[in-house]
Design a protein around this ligand. Structure first.
Ligand code: NAG
Ligand code: NAG
Length: 392
């Protein structure tokens, strides 16, 4: 009798031990991080290791986001282990991909070949992004570092270009400096989103990119409203046009005047989440830079009595080529309605809008040069607008 019970216990201990070993092997057969307490913990409490952990996102020490995986799974993805997660049972795995790749891993980093070294170009480079599961609605693309060639002097991205296709959001063709920009692209059902960068061969310039591709679930609180190419949250913030920057474009336009940084053919919406307790939104051009609102006209022919002032600002029917749309605005300083929702020219006077949702539309036409445009565009930079939500 006692004998039988003893043998049964021995047998069950053996069975359980075998099961544990097998499981453990599947998940973590190495200890790349060599955490002594972890090793000890496994011997003392082996049952801890059999708990399967969720493949959630994880943050790593170098601020890159990863996904929590077993070591072997990370190796299979050619990922880089940057730390532990799931109470040390998993590995925070950062996945980077470059030209000619496919990914369905959340938080994939899409980089130029040899990043962060300059990429000489000479080839088109693309990544195909598949949804990591069928509850994904949107791809968030963070331009962590993004330097492509400037557009030509007429604002056309014909040296380098970023093209994004396959999604449900129309993304304009972009180029130039876009570090810090974020865009949101709706998935079109199960179709993949393809990101393509065409880079003309050139050796003397610091072309590079590092874009984080975050897959957002349909119920994710960070999801942008459908169709908003950009989405801002927070009571205050700064929105800038693509390739907005301090230096002028060194390329000349077709008519041999100074070229523009403003990119042609960008037609998109920027949405701003209305925060709790706030009912209106005020916009002003950012201070300290006289070029922070230069959408149309001759920047070089204007001095500081025009740039950034009421003299330089244009609205209404005067804005037909490149402009931003702010619905039903009121001049902040005077509380007088502007009477028009289009703004362009070389200056922007602060306005407040109480129309919901908070959206700014951006329109640029096909030609940002001095030819064919009325008025001619010379050396335009685009815009940098600060917004502040106003309490109810
Ligand atoms: C992808 O990662 C981000 C941030 O790291 C997270 O907010 C998001 O929910 C993740 N998506 C999925 C499908 O887990
Ligand atoms: C990982 O790298 C190897 C060798 O370069 C390659 O053959 C394999 O396809 C890569 N796997 C993934 C998932 O990218």
């Amino acid at each position: 009798m006692y004998n039988k019970i003893w043998w049964l216990s021995v047998a069950s201990v053996l069975v359980i031990a075998t099961a544990l070993t097998t499981y453990e092997e599947n998940f973590d057969e190495g200890n790349d991080l060599d955490v002594p307490s972890e090793r000890k913990g496994k011997i003392l409490f082996p049952f801890i290791s059999i708990v399967r952990f969720a493949n959630t996102d994880c943050a790593s020490a170098n601020t890159m986001n990863g996904i929590c995986l077993a070591r072997r799974e990370c190796n299979n993805l050619n990922g880089t282990i940057t730390g532990t997660c799931a109470a040390r049972r998993g590995r925070c795995c950062v996945v980077s991909r470059s030209c000619g790749s496919t990914t369905n891993v959340n938080n994939t980093y899409f980089t130029s070949p040899g990043y962060p070294a300059a990429f000489a170009g000479g080839q088109a480079c693309n990544i195909i992004v598949n949804r990591c599961n069928n509850m994904i609605c949107q791809l968030r693309i963070d331009f962590l570092d993004f330097v492509l060639a400037q557009p030509n002097g007429d604002g056309v991205c014909n040296v380098d270009s970023l093209t994004i296709t396959g999604g449900n959001t129309v993304v304009p063709v972009l180029c130039g400096d876009n570090t810090g920009q974020t865009i949101f692209v709706d998935f079109n059902g199960n179709a993949a989103i393809t990101i393509t960068i065409a880079a003309t061969l050139a050796t003397t310039f610091g072309r590079r990119w590092n874009m984080r591709l975050t897959q957002l679930g349909c119920d994710c609180p960070g999801l942008a409203p459908n169709g908003c190419l950009q989405y801002y949250t927070g009571r205050t913030g700064t929105i800038t046009s693509f390739n907005y920057g301090a230096a002028a474009n060194s390329a000349l336009s077709a008519s041999l005047v100074t070229g523009t940084r403003q990119i042609a053919n960008t037609n998109y919406g920027i949405c701003i989440r209305m925060e709790a307790g706030f009912c209106g939104i005020q916009y002003s051009q950012t201070g300290g830079d006289p070029f922070s609102f230069t959408l149309t006209g001759d920047v070089e022919g204007a001095d500081n009595t025009v740039l950034g002032t009421a003299v330089g600002s244009v609205n209404g029917v005067g804005c037909t080529t490149d402009f931003v749309v702010i619905p039903n605005p009121i001049t902040t300083a005077t509380n007088v309605p502007v009477g028009s929702d289009r703004f362009c020219g070389l200056g922007f006077i602060p306005v407040t809008s109480t129309l919901k949702p908070f959206v700014v539309y951006v329109v640029t036409n096909a030609n940002e040069g001095a030819v064919g445009g009325t008025p001619p565009d010379i050396a335009n930079r685009g815009f940098s607008l600060a917004y502040t939500q106003t309490a109810c």
